[in-house]
Ligand binder design. Structure first.
Ligand SMILES: *Cc1c(COP(=O)(O)O)cnc(C)c1O
Length: 351
């Protein structure tokens, strides 16, 4: 086996339950590479948590989620006519995010759509202006579109917090007539305390909290990625090695470990070429030192080791200096990766 995400099952499930308890109105976000776990696995876990709605990022992700979880499906990317969901998915389960009046008009002609109207935040990614929101709310009311609430996508934890911005935006939601009894507001990136305060200020509203990272990856201690040692070769200073026939500047061991560019390993890794200045700037970006070595995410003896050369497609060559204990072929080493950017070969959940 190759690159494996090991999950302490009891600990992970306890964390999921804990977040669900702390975050009233939780909407698990299931998108991208499934935060390292895979979309289907997270869909089953959302069903296990017993939530009534989950959020996917794009329409393309609906298929993998829809048949492993049977509640409602919110699509976070705003609806566009060129990106329609597969016809096999029951439209009654779908809640579309809408951020332009022309899209609302197009949707209104397609049965009885359920929509969330997104209001622009300081993120400046998607969303109606306050005036656009009022127009959209009026249009939806007049044309039988079921408005499932308003969406606020806030930036990631600015130092001053997101509550002030959320409250300012809520005055626009009120002005658009979207804060009626039982109406929903779908928020992203509020702390638990901020969400609680918002819910207290607007007791007539249902606050729905869209959360991915904190839910799935919030207890890092329950998660480890490990790679197999596939091979190892003692090498002398001056020997050539690798795809580019480079010469070693030190003696030690070249360790071949599973995990490469196909897994998302070290994509920022430098080529080793370039003058000192470009190396220095690459160093600043990608963690390469002044002589052109790049730190790898593979740890041996408790330390992240340097790549001997940029990662290959499914394996990497890592350099261990003389004196470091060389792990045996078949042993595993820990890999410190970004879960959202890594495609593991398998997920093993204990318990
Ligand atoms: C991805 C996304 C989220 C979830 O973000 P996390 O930081 O993983 O919790 C929430 N809302 C929107 C609109 C998103 O695109």
């Amino acid at each position: 086996m190759s690159l494996v995400l090991h999950v302490d099952g009891d600990r992970w499930r306890a964390h999921l339950r804990d977040v669900a308890a702390k975050r009233a109105g939780l909407v698990p976000v299931i998108k991208g590479n499934g935060y390292g776990f895979g979309l289907g696995r997270l869909a089953r876990k959302a069903a296990w948590l017993g939530v009534d709605v989950v959020a996917v990022g794009t329409t393309a992700e609906l298929g993998e989620v829809a048949n492993r979880y049977d509640g409602d499906l919110l699509v976070l990317t705003p609806w566009r006519s060129f990106d329609l969901p597969d016809a096999s998915i029951d439209p009654a389960r779908l809640i579309h995010t809408v951020d332009r009046i022309e899209d609302l008009q197009a949707l209104a002609g397609s049965g009885s759509p359920r929509v969330v109207l997104e209001l622009m935040t300081s993120m400046k990614r998607h969303g109606f202006t306050p005036r656009g929101l009022r127009e959209a709310a009026a249009y939806a009311a007049a044309h039988g579109v079921r408005v499932e609430g308003t969406a606020l996508h806030l930036p990631l934890g600015p130092p001053e917090g997101n509550l002030a911005e959320a409250e300012t935006l809520m005055t626009e939601v009120v002005a658009a007539g979207l804060a009626t009894e039982g109406a929903r507001v779908w928020v992203s990136h509020l702390t638990a305390a901020e969400a609680t305060t918002l819910a207290q200020r607007f007791p007539e509203l249902q606050v729905r909290q869209r959360i991915g990272t904190e839910l799935w990856l919030g207890d890092r201690g329950a998660l480890t990625v490990r790679a197999h040692v596939l091979d190892s070769h003692p090498v002398e200073r001056g020997e050539t090695f690798g795809y580019r026939g480079r010469k070693l500047t030190r003696s030690g061991t070249i360790l071949i470990v599973s995990g490469g560019t196909a897994h998302g390993i070290g994509l920022e890794a430098p080529t080793g070429a370039g003058d000192l200045r470009s190396r220095a700037s690459t160093a600043a970006r990608g963690g390469m030192d002044a002589v052109g070595r790049a730190k790898s995410p593979f740890t041996v003896g408790g330390k992240a080791r340097y790549f001997a050369e940029p990662p290959h497609m499914q394996a990497s060559m890592v350099f261990l200096p003389t004196g470091v204990d060389v792990p045996e072929i078949g042993e595993t080493v820990e890999v410190r990766v970004r879960f959202t950017a890594t495609n593991v070969d398998a997920v093993e959940i204990s318990g």
